[in-house]
Design a protein around this ligand. Structure first.
Ligand code: SAM
Length: 309
């Protein structure tokens, strides 16, 4: 078991704006292997520095968890770009009962506070931002995840394309960037699928997927970066709706890395099923790698490809 940290850092705050002590535990869910915020004991930390995430509910959740885990009187330094939640930080901390000193530096809003003796509204913020069952998906999910509370139209198009082609998935496969498991649930509805590995960079997705596939012996869930080597090989199929944003900015290299990873994981003759936004130029990576590439559907701004190794 990891020792209980005394200082935590969430994400990658600008270190020239706030001192992050050496040995601070990373608690961002986007860093595989990091400490889970929710597991930090109450009133245990001496310092918390957070690059606050952009979504309002996820940000309030992270701030509430940070305040819960800090000792009374211990400092909390929060920062975010003004147009990505920074403009609201001060108010949000004040609603939890904090006195806040705020300044604007290097396009960031920087808020410094200390954990007050008495806090208010933490429970509500933690409940709103925590893992919960989402009716529209009939899945456990969490704010901050991609399309966390409604089915993504790209994923739906991929599922519809597989269904209408009468394509039966079978054997061993992987879902790269699985999220809570909307696509994986469809894959696992095929009796011929003997094993499905689900991979996601985000611990919240991994925990949601663990709940969603509890008791499903064919599902194996990994908290990992699909750009790095994975302990899988010789797969019959890969399914994916790859991400194309990294740290809030469009990054086509991410989807391209997913495609290369898919190729590497497949056996010869194995198939990748991929959905992507129409404007993303993935053909340039698919065509030279795979033996055959077919555009199977195009609708609503998305394209679905089948690529055979
Ligand atoms: C567009 S979503 C697809 C989610 C789900 N498969 C679906 O179809 O609804 C992409 C997923 O990739 C995950 N992701 C982003 N970068 C990743 C990386 N480097 N390695 C693994 N997963 C990543 C995100 O957390 C997100 O859950």
């Amino acid at each position: 078991m990891n020792p209980i940290p005394i200082a935590c850092v969430y994400g990658s705050p600008l270190t020239d704006l706030a001192d992050v002590p050496a040995g601070s535990a990373q608690v961002s869910p986007l860093v595989p292997g990091s400490t889970a915020l929710e597991h930090l004991p109450d009133a245990s930390l001496d310092r918390f520095v957070i690059a606050a995430p952009p979504g309002t509910v996820e940000r309030r959740y992270a701030l509430a968890q940070a305040l819960r885990a800090l000792k009374p009187g211990a400092p909390l330094i929060a920062m975010a770009p003004k147009d990505k939640g920074g403009a609201r930080l001060k108010k949000e901390l004040q609603t939890f009962g904090c006195e806040v000193f705020e300044e604007g530096r290097r396009h960031q809003r920087l808020c410094e506070t200390t954990r007050p003796e008495t806090l208010s509204g933490l429970e509500a913020a933690m409940a709103a931002g925590g893992l919960h069952k989402v009716e529209a998906l009939d899945l456990w999910s969490q704010p901050g995840l991609f399309s966390w509370d409604r089915p993504d139209p790209g994923t739906l198009l991929l599922i519809e394309t597989l269904k209408s082609a009468g394509h039966l998935l079978s054997g061993k496969g992987v879902d790269l960037g699985c999220g809570p498991g909307l696509l994986a649930r469809y894959v696992l509805s095929h009796k011929g699928v003997t094993r499905l590995d689900l991979v996601d960079l985000d611990r919240r997705a991994v925990e949601a997927a663990r709940r969603n596939f509890e008791g499903e012996p064919r599902a194996a869930i990994h908290w990992a970066d699909a750009r790095e080597a994975l302990p899988l090989e010789g797969l019959d199929f890969v399914v994916m709706n790859p991400p194309f944003h990294d740290s809030g900015a469009e990054d086509q290299a991410l989807g391209q890395a997913f495609i290369r990873r898919a190729y590497q994981l497949l056996r010869k003759g194995g198939t990748t099923w991929l959905v992507a936004n129409r404007h993303l130029a993935y053909e340039g990576v698919l065509t030279p790698l795979f033996a055959s590439v077919a555009l199977k559907a195009e609708a609503g701004g998305f394209k679905v490809y089948e690529a055979r190794r």
